[in-house]
Design a protein around this ligand. Structure first.
Ligand SMILES: O=c1ccn([C@H]2C[C@H](O)[C@@H](CO)O2)c(=O)[nH]1
Length: 135
């Protein structure tokens, strides 16, 4: 995102803060586990999402689903940096299904904030199935 390491950390903190704000809009009455996600896009904008559950439990939407919808609704582009937080604002790993959603719009180079530092999606979803397999 930026050149200097200090500024880069500030950018991740800003992204985490956007995820926390998004998390405050979550609808999670069934799990009691609100989630917020935020990502930076190639053109510099930030897109966010929160989880939205449903009385038919299996239909609940992860925060990443809303984020991807916002990406498309606000101009498209590719995701470059992603973070996700739980109800306490702590960094949360995206579930497997959501890693696949992120792969579609960020590819292997997408950077994720994880419990073990900044890692590429290639590390978190190795040998991923993606659009290239359909060629
Ligand atoms: O990456 C994830 C993992 C979980 N959840 C949501 C789904 C459900 O509403 C709640 C508990 O699993 O957390 C997300 O939004 N994203």
């Amino acid at each position: 995102m930026t050149a200097s390491p200090g500024a880069a950390e500030a950018d991740w903190e800003a992204l985490r803060e956007a995820a926390r704000e998004a998390m405050s809009h979550a609808y999670a009455p069934y799990s009691g586990f609100p989630v917020g996600a935020a990502a930076r896009v190639t053109d510099g904008r930030v897109v966010v999402g929160c989880n939205v559950e449903n009385a038919s439990y299996g239909l609940g939407l992860c925060a990443e689903c809303g984020l991807i919808a916002q990406l498309r609704l606000t101009g498209g582009g590719r995701l470059t940096h992603f973070t996700c937080v739980d109800g306490r604002g702590a960094v949360l790993m995206p579930c497997g299904r959501c890693r696949q959603l992120l792969f579609e719009f960020g590819g292997p180079e997408l950077l994720l904030e994880t419990a073990s530092g900044i890692r590429s999606l290639a590390e978190m979803l190795p040998d991923a199935f993606g659009p290239d397999q359909l060629d």
